[in-house]
Write a protein that binds this ligand. Structure first.
Ligand code: AP5
Ligand code: MG
Length: 223
């Protein structure tokens, strides 16, 4: 099964994607995390990626596609994948469709998390994440505080703020979303693969409720 997570930066793709991955027993692959790992390792590719990520621009399609497809060929992706942050352009979506056909696979559903820009900025500026690349648990100083300040509840590593989580870069990421990535909504709607969920901002259990809704949808559609 292949599930694509769509939505603005900070809409909860990572949070919901990881919960869906636990529930369905298939791996969660975030293109953003993949790229941040290249940046951490240093080297030419990492340097090139960093120049885009740090300014909130998209990594060029050819490089993004090459690195994500390489990741999708790894053994842990054989059972299916929750894809978070990829595709982000219509060209990436078309390439992904071609790649999946070559693997005798297809996308089962594209889940869109719909949230206003104001909510997004507030959420992102209050985000912290685990520095351990094997854990990467995501926190929020309002919604999901760590039990001990700046320490991960899951693995005990230090929490960090992402280099692209500052107001200027968030504004650029939102601009990029509206100008480029929002076109994916129409792309998947046309193929009848789009499932839109609107997080209920007044409920502390929003992410859990969304995961249950998506699971019910998958069962209803016999996916
Ligand atoms: P990426 O890492 O994908 O960043 P993004 O799309 O900007 O999304 P985020 O990871 O910021 O947010 P999210 O939707 O995962 O939300 P989260 O669950 O953390 O990409 C980073 C960069 O890499 C891009 O800008 C680009 O440069 C490059 N890139 C990546 N993919 C690319 C591609 N395909 N092509 C080209 N370039 C690419 O939640 C956000 C916050 O909200 C957290 O604090 C969380 O705790 C909180 N939260 C979550 N759910 C709730 C809830 N229900 N209620 C309250 N708070 C909540
Ligand atoms: Mg994320």
């Amino acid at each position: 099964m292949y599930i694509v997570m769509l939505g603005k930066p900070g809409s909860g793709k990572g949070t919901v994607g990881k919960m869906l991955s636990d529930l369905l027993g298939i791996i969660h692959v975030s293109s953003g995390e993949l790229f941040r790992n290249y940046i951490k390792r240093a080297g030419k590719i990492g340097e090139e990626i960093e120049s885009y990520v740090a300014s909130g621009k998209l990594v060029p399609d050819d490089l993004a596609i090459k690195l994500v497809e390489k990741r999708l060929l790894e053994d842990d992706c054989k059972k299916g994948v929750i894809l978070d942050g990829f595709p982000r352009t219509v060209l990436q979506a078309e390439e992904l469709d071609r790649f999946l056909i070559s693997q005798k696979e297809k996308i089962n559903v594209a889940v869109e998390l719909e949230l206003s820009d104001e909510n997004i900025i507030d959420r992102i500026l209050k985000r912290k994440e685990c520095s351990n690349s094997k854990c990467r648990e995501v926190y929020n100083l309002d919604f999901k505080r760590p039990k001990v300040a700046d320490i991960c509840d899951v693995c005990g590593s230090k929490l960090i703020t992402r280099q692209d989580d500052n107001i200027e870069t968030v504004k650029q990421r939102l601009k990029t979303y509206h100008e480029v990535s929002a076109n994916l909504i129409g792309y998947y709607k046309e193929q009848d693969l789009l499932y839109t969920v609107k997080p209920n901002l007044n409920s502390p259990d929003t992410s859990k409720i969304i995961v249950e809704e998506v699971n019910e949808y998958l069962k209803r559609e016999h996916l």
